[in-house]
Design a protein around this ligand. Structure first.
Ligand code: CDP
Length: 204
């Protein structure tokens, strides 16, 4: 029996990790989990229902995850705030670990996949880019739903989120020692995809 392929993709906000992770999942026919969506859902639910974020984390279901509001700017900020709470991370831990360890193999993207959720992953990518580049990419997405949003506001959000995600004591954003670094700052989307594919191949 061959060992299932488990791919961990981590990196800061708007680095392109989600796009790359979902393509890699399609390449290898693996189930894919965007773990950021879980934190977005916990933060959003806690806000709209005015409940404890750790309780909100236990109430996430398919309907909550389909809410378009989770893609917005506020949801990203709230996600990063609740993600700093150890009891929220603990509430989401088992679901993510079970997803990673399913017999089919899996691809997960997030901040702590290669370090905490799946330290045994066969392939670990750390996808990053300069903050200015990430801000521009994210701004182009968000301005579609909020035409008044400025690039400066998005850059400021990204810097605050980077500092909070990297500075928290529980599962901070950091590159696993055995991860492969992919800086997409100066890469077009096609080159970023091709590079991610060859990095993965080099580990399989
Ligand atoms: O899409 P983007 O990179 O902006 O963010 P995301 O992946 O949806 O994650 C939103 C927030 O959730 C991040 O800023 C982190 O604070 C948190 N998060 C985390 O702590 N651990 C993860 N595995 C995934 C996300």
């Amino acid at each position: 029996m061959t060992t299932p392929i488990l791919i961990a993709v981590d990196g800061p906000a708007a680095s392109g990790k989600g796009t790359l992770a979902s393509l890699l999942a399609a390449d290898y026919g693996l189930p894919f989990l965007d773990t950021g969506l879980l934190y977005r859902a916990a933060g959003h639910l806690a806000h709209v229902r005015n409940i404890d974020p750790a309780v909100a984390a236990t109430l996430i279901d398919a309907q909550v995850l389909a809410d378009e509001a989770l893609r917005g700017r506020e949801a990203g900020e709230r996600a990063s705030q609740v993600a700093a709470l150890p009891e929220v991370r603990a509430a989401l831990f088992k679901y993510q670990q079970d997803f990673a360890n399913q017999s089919t193999g899996a691809v997960l993207d997030g901040r702590d996949i290669g370090t905490v959720i799946a330290p045994n992953a066969r392939v670990k990518l750390f996808v990053t880019a300069r903050p200015e580049v990430r801000a521009e990419r994210r701004w182009k997405q968000l301005v579609q739903i909020n035409p008044a949003l400025t690039l400066e506001e998005v850059l400021s959000d990204i810097r605050i989120r980077d500092a909070r995600d990297s500075g928290r004591s529980d599962a901070p954003l950091e590159m696993a020692k055995d991860a492969l670094l992919l800086d997409t700052s100066d890469l077009g989307i096609d080159t970023a995809i091709a590079t991610a594919r060859s990095l993965v191949k080099s580990r399989l």
